[in-house]
Design a protein around this ligand. Structure first.
Ligand code: GLU
Length: 293
Protein backbone atom coordinates (compact mmCIF):
# COMPACT_ATOMS: atom_id res chain seq x y z
CA UNK A 1 0.00 0.00 0.00
CA UNK A 2 1.62 3.19 -1.11
CA UNK A 3 -0.68 5.74 0.50
CA UNK A 4 -0.80 4.17 3.92
CA UNK A 5 0.21 7.15 6.01
CA UNK A 6 -1.00 9.93 3.80
CA UNK A 7 -4.38 8.90 2.43
CA UNK A 8 -7.08 11.53 2.97
CA UNK A 9 -10.52 10.85 1.56
CA UNK A 10 -13.90 12.51 1.88
CA UNK A 11 -17.65 12.14 1.50
CA UNK A 12 -19.28 15.37 0.35
CA UNK A 13 -23.09 15.23 0.52
CA UNK A 14 -25.26 18.17 -0.52
CA UNK A 15 -27.85 18.70 2.23
CA UNK A 16 -30.83 18.79 -0.13
CA UNK A 17 -32.59 15.93 1.66
CA UNK A 18 -31.95 12.80 3.74
CA UNK A 19 -29.44 10.13 2.72
CA UNK A 20 -30.93 7.43 0.47
CA UNK A 21 -29.72 4.15 -1.03
CA UNK A 22 -27.83 6.04 -3.77
CA UNK A 23 -25.91 8.43 -1.52
CA UNK A 24 -25.20 5.55 0.87
CA UNK A 25 -23.25 3.80 -1.90
CA UNK A 26 -20.97 6.86 -2.30
CA UNK A 27 -20.58 7.20 1.46
CA UNK A 28 -19.75 3.53 1.90
CA UNK A 29 -17.32 3.37 -1.03
CA UNK A 30 -15.39 6.43 0.16
CA UNK A 31 -15.38 5.13 3.74
CA UNK A 32 -14.16 1.63 2.76
CA UNK A 33 -11.45 3.05 0.53
CA UNK A 34 -10.16 5.24 3.36
CA UNK A 35 -10.24 2.32 5.81
CA UNK A 36 -8.58 -0.05 3.39
CA UNK A 37 -5.73 2.47 2.99
CA UNK A 38 -5.62 3.14 6.74
CA UNK A 39 -6.36 6.72 5.83
CA UNK A 40 -8.58 9.48 7.11
CA UNK A 41 -12.18 9.99 6.04
CA UNK A 42 -13.67 13.46 6.29
CA UNK A 43 -17.26 14.53 5.79
CA UNK A 44 -17.84 17.80 3.97
CA UNK A 45 -21.30 19.31 3.95
CA UNK A 46 -21.79 20.95 0.55
CA UNK A 47 -24.26 23.59 1.62
CA UNK A 48 -22.96 26.24 -0.74
CA UNK A 49 -26.13 26.32 -2.80
CA UNK A 50 -28.34 28.02 -0.22
CA UNK A 51 -31.52 27.94 -2.33
CA UNK A 52 -31.28 24.14 -2.63
CA UNK A 53 -30.24 23.50 0.98
CA UNK A 54 -32.99 22.01 3.13
CA UNK A 55 -32.91 23.18 6.77
CA UNK A 56 -31.99 20.32 9.10
CA UNK A 57 -30.85 18.02 6.27
CA UNK A 58 -27.14 18.30 7.11
CA UNK A 59 -27.66 17.29 10.75
CA UNK A 60 -29.93 14.51 9.60
CA UNK A 61 -27.23 13.21 7.22
CA UNK A 62 -24.56 13.30 9.94
CA UNK A 63 -26.84 11.49 12.39
CA UNK A 64 -27.69 8.84 9.79
CA UNK A 65 -24.01 8.30 8.97
CA UNK A 66 -23.34 7.82 12.69
CA UNK A 67 -26.12 5.20 12.94
CA UNK A 68 -24.54 3.45 9.97
CA UNK A 69 -21.17 3.36 11.78
CA UNK A 70 -19.47 6.05 9.69
CA UNK A 71 -17.91 8.90 11.69
CA UNK A 72 -15.88 11.71 10.20
CA UNK A 73 -12.27 11.47 11.43
CA UNK A 74 -12.13 15.26 11.68
CA UNK A 75 -14.82 17.86 12.36
CA UNK A 76 -17.03 18.08 9.27
CA UNK A 77 -16.22 20.91 6.87
CA UNK A 78 -19.12 23.22 5.98
CA UNK A 79 -18.93 24.96 2.63
CA UNK A 80 -21.14 27.77 3.91
CA UNK A 81 -18.24 28.78 6.19
CA UNK A 82 -15.60 28.82 3.48
CA UNK A 83 -16.50 31.92 1.48
CA UNK A 84 -13.13 33.59 2.18
CA UNK A 85 -11.21 30.65 0.72
CA UNK A 86 -13.33 30.71 -2.46
CA UNK A 87 -12.90 34.47 -2.75
CA UNK A 88 -9.10 34.15 -2.38
CA UNK A 89 -8.92 31.50 -5.13
CA UNK A 90 -11.16 33.63 -7.34
CA UNK A 91 -8.91 36.69 -6.88
CA UNK A 92 -5.86 34.61 -7.69
CA UNK A 93 -7.41 33.56 -10.98
CA UNK A 94 -8.57 37.09 -11.65
CA UNK A 95 -5.00 38.37 -11.30
CA UNK A 96 -3.89 36.06 -14.12
CA UNK A 97 -6.75 37.03 -16.48
CA UNK A 98 -7.88 33.42 -16.57
CA UNK A 99 -11.42 34.45 -15.70
CA UNK A 100 -13.76 36.96 -17.27
CA UNK A 101 -17.27 38.29 -16.66
CA UNK A 102 -20.05 36.91 -18.83
CA UNK A 103 -23.35 38.61 -19.61
CA UNK A 104 -25.07 35.74 -21.47
CA UNK A 105 -28.33 34.23 -20.35
CA UNK A 106 -28.93 30.49 -20.71
CA UNK A 107 -31.30 31.20 -23.57
CA UNK A 108 -28.68 33.23 -25.48
CA UNK A 109 -26.11 30.48 -25.07
CA UNK A 110 -28.53 27.85 -26.39
CA UNK A 111 -29.58 30.03 -29.34
CA UNK A 112 -26.03 30.79 -30.37
CA UNK A 113 -25.15 27.15 -30.93
CA UNK A 114 -25.01 26.45 -34.62
CA UNK A 115 -27.91 24.09 -35.09
CA UNK A 116 -30.64 22.29 -33.25
CA UNK A 117 -28.63 19.09 -33.12
CA UNK A 118 -25.72 20.88 -31.42
CA UNK A 119 -28.17 22.51 -29.04
CA UNK A 120 -29.39 19.13 -27.90
CA UNK A 121 -26.04 17.37 -27.96
CA UNK A 122 -24.14 19.85 -25.86
CA UNK A 123 -24.41 23.16 -24.14
CA UNK A 124 -20.72 23.99 -24.50
CA UNK A 125 -20.38 27.71 -23.87
CA UNK A 126 -19.38 29.26 -27.20
CA UNK A 127 -17.14 31.94 -25.69
CA UNK A 128 -19.36 34.91 -26.57
CA UNK A 129 -18.04 37.17 -23.78
CA UNK A 130 -14.38 36.09 -23.98
CA UNK A 131 -13.39 39.43 -25.45
CA UNK A 132 -15.83 41.73 -23.71
CA UNK A 133 -19.40 42.03 -22.52
CA UNK A 134 -20.72 43.85 -25.63
CA UNK A 135 -22.62 46.29 -23.43
CA UNK A 136 -24.38 43.59 -21.42
CA UNK A 137 -24.27 43.62 -17.61
CA UNK A 138 -21.96 41.03 -16.02
CA UNK A 139 -23.88 37.99 -14.75
CA UNK A 140 -21.47 35.11 -14.17
CA UNK A 141 -17.68 34.75 -14.10
CA UNK A 142 -16.14 32.12 -16.35
CA UNK A 143 -12.79 30.32 -16.48
CA UNK A 144 -11.10 30.33 -19.88
CA UNK A 145 -10.36 26.77 -21.09
CA UNK A 146 -7.45 26.10 -23.48
CA UNK A 147 -7.92 25.64 -27.22
CA UNK A 148 -6.54 22.88 -29.42
CA UNK A 149 -4.74 19.83 -28.05
CA UNK A 150 -4.27 21.49 -24.65
CA UNK A 151 -8.06 21.34 -24.16
CA UNK A 152 -7.99 17.56 -23.74
CA UNK A 153 -7.86 16.45 -20.10
CA UNK A 154 -7.28 12.73 -19.52
CA UNK A 155 -7.14 10.79 -16.27
CA UNK A 156 -7.22 7.20 -15.04
CA UNK A 157 -10.27 6.47 -12.97
CA UNK A 158 -9.67 3.60 -10.55
CA UNK A 159 -13.09 2.08 -11.32
CA UNK A 160 -14.05 3.43 -14.75
CA UNK A 161 -10.62 3.24 -16.45
CA UNK A 162 -9.11 5.87 -18.73
CA UNK A 163 -11.27 8.94 -19.25
CA UNK A 164 -10.80 11.94 -21.44
CA UNK A 165 -12.76 15.09 -22.18
CA UNK A 166 -12.15 17.97 -24.56
CA UNK A 167 -12.93 21.01 -22.46
CA UNK A 168 -13.13 23.36 -25.45
CA UNK A 169 -15.66 21.34 -27.49
CA UNK A 170 -17.56 19.49 -24.75
CA UNK A 171 -17.72 22.09 -21.98
CA UNK A 172 -16.45 25.53 -23.01
CA UNK A 173 -15.39 28.24 -20.58
CA UNK A 174 -17.24 27.32 -17.38
CA UNK A 175 -18.70 29.37 -14.56
CA UNK A 176 -16.88 29.78 -11.24
CA UNK A 177 -19.27 32.39 -9.94
CA UNK A 178 -22.90 32.04 -10.91
CA UNK A 179 -25.32 34.65 -12.19
CA UNK A 180 -27.07 34.55 -8.78
CA UNK A 181 -23.78 35.53 -7.10
CA UNK A 182 -23.14 32.09 -5.58
CA UNK A 183 -19.85 30.24 -5.96
CA UNK A 184 -20.09 27.44 -8.48
CA UNK A 185 -19.75 23.83 -7.33
CA UNK A 186 -16.57 23.33 -9.43
CA UNK A 187 -14.68 26.12 -7.67
CA UNK A 188 -15.82 25.13 -4.18
CA UNK A 189 -14.95 21.45 -4.62
CA UNK A 190 -11.48 22.13 -5.97
CA UNK A 191 -10.62 24.67 -3.27
CA UNK A 192 -12.04 22.43 -0.51
CA UNK A 193 -10.26 19.28 -1.69
CA UNK A 194 -6.97 21.19 -1.96
CA UNK A 195 -7.27 22.88 1.45
CA UNK A 196 -8.20 19.60 3.16
CA UNK A 197 -5.26 17.80 1.51
CA UNK A 198 -7.58 15.26 -0.10
CA UNK A 199 -5.52 12.60 -1.89
CA UNK A 200 -8.35 10.31 -3.03
CA UNK A 201 -11.78 11.26 -4.31
CA UNK A 202 -14.35 8.44 -4.28
CA UNK A 203 -17.86 9.44 -5.40
CA UNK A 204 -20.72 8.61 -7.77
CA UNK A 205 -20.23 8.32 -11.52
CA UNK A 206 -22.66 11.19 -12.11
CA UNK A 207 -19.67 13.40 -11.26
CA UNK A 208 -17.35 11.77 -13.82
CA UNK A 209 -18.31 14.50 -16.25
CA UNK A 210 -17.13 17.24 -13.83
CA UNK A 211 -13.73 15.70 -13.19
CA UNK A 212 -11.85 17.10 -16.20
CA UNK A 213 -13.02 20.61 -15.24
CA UNK A 214 -11.82 20.06 -11.69
CA UNK A 215 -8.42 18.78 -12.84
CA UNK A 216 -7.98 21.78 -15.11
CA UNK A 217 -8.95 24.14 -12.30
CA UNK A 218 -6.48 22.40 -9.96
CA UNK A 219 -3.77 23.08 -12.52
CA UNK A 220 -4.78 26.75 -12.76
CA UNK A 221 -4.52 27.02 -8.96
CA UNK A 222 -1.31 24.96 -8.65
CA UNK A 223 -3.21 22.42 -6.55
CA UNK A 224 -2.37 18.69 -6.66
CA UNK A 225 -4.71 16.33 -8.52
CA UNK A 226 -6.11 13.56 -6.29
CA UNK A 227 -6.70 9.98 -7.46
CA UNK A 228 -10.30 9.45 -8.63
CA UNK A 229 -12.68 6.52 -8.29
CA UNK A 230 -16.27 6.89 -9.53
CA UNK A 231 -18.70 4.17 -8.46
CA UNK A 232 -21.69 3.29 -10.65
CA UNK A 233 -24.79 5.28 -9.72
CA UNK A 234 -27.83 3.55 -8.30
CA UNK A 235 -30.85 3.80 -10.59
CA UNK A 236 -34.52 3.58 -9.77
CA UNK A 237 -36.66 1.01 -11.59
CA UNK A 238 -36.87 3.12 -14.77
CA UNK A 239 -33.20 3.92 -15.29
CA UNK A 240 -33.05 7.32 -13.60
CA UNK A 241 -30.35 8.16 -11.06
CA UNK A 242 -31.79 7.62 -7.60
CA UNK A 243 -32.37 10.98 -5.95
CA UNK A 244 -35.01 12.77 -3.96
CA UNK A 245 -36.53 13.97 -7.25
CA UNK A 246 -36.78 10.43 -8.64
CA UNK A 247 -38.47 9.06 -5.57
CA UNK A 248 -35.64 7.76 -3.36
CA UNK A 249 -36.84 6.78 0.09
CA UNK A 250 -34.83 8.04 3.09
CA UNK A 251 -32.71 5.36 4.78
CA UNK A 252 -34.13 3.72 7.87
CA UNK A 253 -31.72 4.65 10.66
CA UNK A 254 -32.90 1.79 12.79
CA UNK A 255 -32.04 -0.89 10.26
CA UNK A 256 -28.59 0.03 8.94
CA UNK A 257 -27.30 -3.46 8.24
CA UNK A 258 -29.76 -4.38 5.47
CA UNK A 259 -29.14 -1.13 3.60
CA UNK A 260 -25.37 -1.49 3.99
CA UNK A 261 -25.41 -5.05 2.66
CA UNK A 262 -27.44 -3.81 -0.30
CA UNK A 263 -24.99 -0.91 -0.90
CA UNK A 264 -22.02 -3.30 -0.67
CA UNK A 265 -23.66 -5.58 -3.23
CA UNK A 266 -23.95 -2.62 -5.60
CA UNK A 267 -20.17 -2.28 -5.21
CA UNK A 268 -19.76 -6.00 -6.09
CA UNK A 269 -18.97 -6.95 -2.50
CA UNK A 270 -20.90 -9.82 -0.91
CA UNK A 271 -21.11 -9.51 2.87
CA UNK A 272 -22.97 -11.88 5.16
CA UNK A 273 -22.82 -10.31 8.61
CA UNK A 274 -24.95 -10.00 11.72
CA UNK A 275 -23.52 -6.78 13.10
CA UNK A 276 -21.89 -3.57 11.93
CA UNK A 277 -18.38 -4.49 13.09
CA UNK A 278 -18.45 -7.76 11.17
CA UNK A 279 -19.89 -5.99 8.16
CA UNK A 280 -17.10 -3.39 8.08
CA UNK A 281 -14.32 -5.85 8.65
CA UNK A 282 -15.47 -8.12 5.79
CA UNK A 283 -16.32 -5.25 3.44
CA UNK A 284 -13.03 -3.44 4.16
CA UNK A 285 -11.01 -6.60 3.57
CA UNK A 286 -12.83 -7.19 0.27
CA UNK A 287 -12.34 -3.60 -0.82
CA UNK A 288 -8.65 -3.67 0.16
CA UNK A 289 -8.16 -6.77 -1.97
CA UNK A 290 -9.40 -4.84 -4.98
CA UNK A 291 -8.29 -1.27 -4.46
CA UNK A 292 -5.71 -0.72 -1.73
CA UNK A 293 -2.71 -0.68 -3.98
N1 GLU B 1 -22.04 17.39 -3.27
C1 GLU B 1 -21.97 16.54 -4.43
C2 GLU B 1 -23.19 15.64 -4.46
O1 GLU B 1 -23.81 15.43 -3.44
C3 GLU B 1 -20.74 15.66 -4.41
C4 GLU B 1 -19.52 16.39 -4.75
C5 GLU B 1 -18.27 15.53 -4.80
O2 GLU B 1 -18.21 14.43 -4.25
O3 GLU B 1 -17.31 16.01 -5.40
O4 GLU B 1 -23.53 15.17 -5.53
Amino acid sequence: MTHRATYRGRFAPSPTGPLHAGSLVSALASFLDARAHRGRWIVRIEDIDAPRTVPGAADDILATLAHFGMHSDEPPVWQSERGDAYQAAFERLQATSLIYPCGCTRREIADSLVDAHARHATLAYPGTCRNGLHGKPARAWRLRVPDGAAAVVAFDDRWQGTQSQNLATEVGDFALKRADGLWAYQLAVVVDDADAGITHVVRGADLLDSTARQIYLQQCLDAPTPAYLHVPVVNNGIGEKLSKQTGAAPLDRNAPLGALIEAARHLDIEVAANDLDAFYSIATAEWARRFAR
